[in-house]
Design a protein around this ligand. Sequence first.
Ligand code: ADP
Ligand code: MG
Length: 371
Amino acid sequence: MANCCRFWTASVLGVALLLVASRVFSQELNAPKRYEFSEEKMGVPTRLLFYASSDEKATVAAQAVWERFDELNSILSDWDPESEIIQACRAIESSGERVAVSDDLRRALLESRKYCELTRGAFDSTVSPIVKLWRRSRYFHERPPAKMLDAAKERVGLNVWNLDDDGLWAEKGVRFDVGGVAKGIALDEALRILNDHEITSALIDASGDLRIGDPPPDKDGWIVGVSSLGDEPAFYCELSNVGVATSGDANRYVEIDGVRYSHIIDPRTGEPLTSRCVATVLAPTATTADALASALCVLGPREAPEAFDEIRRQGVGNGELSPFDYILIEVADNPSGGEPDVETLASPRFCELFDAARKERTEALGTERRQ
Ligand code: ADP
Ligand code: MG
């Protein structure tokens, strides 16, 4: 009897162990796996990184995201002559009447208008006629003729267009370039679609502009390097549920008579930025981050503090007060020919991270030199 009891206990234990083992095994089988998909979208290399429970779920979700990117591009592109945004301007011009627009175009235009108001014109999607003149300059390596620049400036601003329930209206010659928010809108849409497919641990990367969802399983966040003017990121941070955008003239500029003209234009003057700058903004959505990163470069270290304080006070998302972080590094040529002036402007948290990283680098350099 005693032996039988021992055997019974042993077999119960055995079954229990087997059960535990099979549960751990099946949990491992069902544990979300990391997936990565890459394609060229909206003219830039784009990556989807996320955790999903099966290959099939991952592939279906990624396909849905790519299709949405293509759809948004066919609406918002200012390179594709067939895009809705270009066709809408043509239709207004030929009929002289208001035209109906899709929900996506409405959203892009309203977002653009909002950031134009918030940044007091530093961000303005009607900058297109000026952008086009300066794009031409890239080929001819000369400044646009002053008369053409003056005419283009007349077609920029908040009072040359409006949008109501009946549609869009714009003055003759007005053109939109919503490139400054389009990537952000697409990134926010990408995360929404992944969420609809029950994928929440995700990072979507459109060539450095990011939309980040929940952290990877068992992690506090995704590790992201914040750009600096050099090759190395200025510092790293662990992020989740945030939009990140970096703006700058690292590759997109033209040099005319020794002056470096950026692809970012100050819509208020019609002039491209001429100092080297890089700005990174963290905001509740990628759309906000995208617009504010460009605006930060335009405003520069002198105008940005007041403007960004005001934006922080007003809030950026649906009227809510939303916190955001930013850093702007600007290098201006020294008129007396010495070392260039480097100015850094950052929100308190980024200031701390930047200073800590600089201290670490200085110490490392010191150790290297002593060796
Ligand atoms: P970056 O990442 O350097 O900001 P983006 O691709 O986000 O570059 O934005 C560049 C787009 O914004 C281009 O389409 C450009 O024509 C447009 N743009 C340039 N200057 C401004 C501005 N001040 N306001 C709004 N859009 C701008
Ligand atoms: Mg941008």
